[in-house]
Design a protein around this ligand. Sequence first.
Ligand SMILES: Nc1ncnc2c1ncn2[C@@H]1O[C@H](COP(=O)(O)OP(=O)(O)O)[C@@H](O)[C@H]1O
Ligand SMILES: Cc1ncsc1CCOP(=O)(O)O
Ligand SMILES: [Mg+2]
Length: 262
Amino acid sequence: MQLDLLDKLRAQNPVIFNIANFVTVQDVANAVNAIGASPIMSNEVAEAEEIVRMAAAVAVNIGCLTKEQINHIKKVEDLARQYNKPIVFDPVAVGAVEYRYKIADKLLWDFHTSIIRGNIGEIAALGDFNWNSKGIDAGSGSGNIDDIAMKTAQKYHCTVIASGPTDTISDGKRLAHVHNGSPLFKTHVGSGDMLTSIVTAFTAVADDPFEAAQIGALVFSCAGQMVVQDHPGVGPGTFGMYLMDYLYKVTVADIKQIADFD
Ligand SMILES: Nc1ncnc2c1ncn2[C@@H]1O[C@H](COP(=O)(O)OP(=O)(O)O)[C@@H](O)[C@H]1O
Ligand SMILES: Cc1ncsc1CCOP(=O)(O)O
Ligand SMILES: [Mg+2]
């Protein structure tokens, strides 16, 4: 795993365009900024071309989807194709909301996505596996997560991150796992959205989306794990606060000490 991509990201400070949701937009902007990239958010189709041109990569999050935003997403994804900018897609709640599944599936077929990052319930839904998603959360299921990630990556010809206690990553051929993290991530709404946009930042400095997915997942989950190791009494409110500090100060040396991946 190319841990030096963290230093490369901080040196390059790439602009990352985020089509975000109103629930977690500030967390996402601050997390992208803390890790060393430069976030910009916009919902206006009239400025889409200017922003796609200035951005190194694009994160698309369907958390608070509207008909107007779907048109904006289509325009942005078409521009990303035109200007060769990687797209990372966050299929929020597609396992629980059939309307979102249909929109996400069509977008993923109509436009090339480099990486899909969702929890296992969302990835299972996109891969047409049985799973009991619960709203924005993973819910429960009994499928083989390696198989789900692999098959969903093959379905959409991209890299997939099925996040959770272990983040399972596949490009349809290769498989990787990141075991770091903390259950406290589940208590902070926005953890997945932040991960998606941080992974997007790494696509701006990595040659291979599979590599970007692995390093993004590892850096983010290690930062969260370090919060809990250094602040054992941390709870839902302070976890998110400390996470920003640790995204800002985590180093390659820190990660090498605790990294648990295969
Ligand atoms: N039980 C857990 N233990 C350790 N890390 C977790 C756990 N649940 C989620 N994470 C981490 O939280 C981040 C967000 O993942 P997840 O909760 O699956 O996304 P979402 O918020 O979209 O449901 C990932 O970095 C993941 O590794
Ligand atoms: C609660 C909620 N509702 C629509 S988007 C959203 C935030 C989802 O954030 P995450 O998937 O990162 O927990
Ligand atoms: Mg999510």
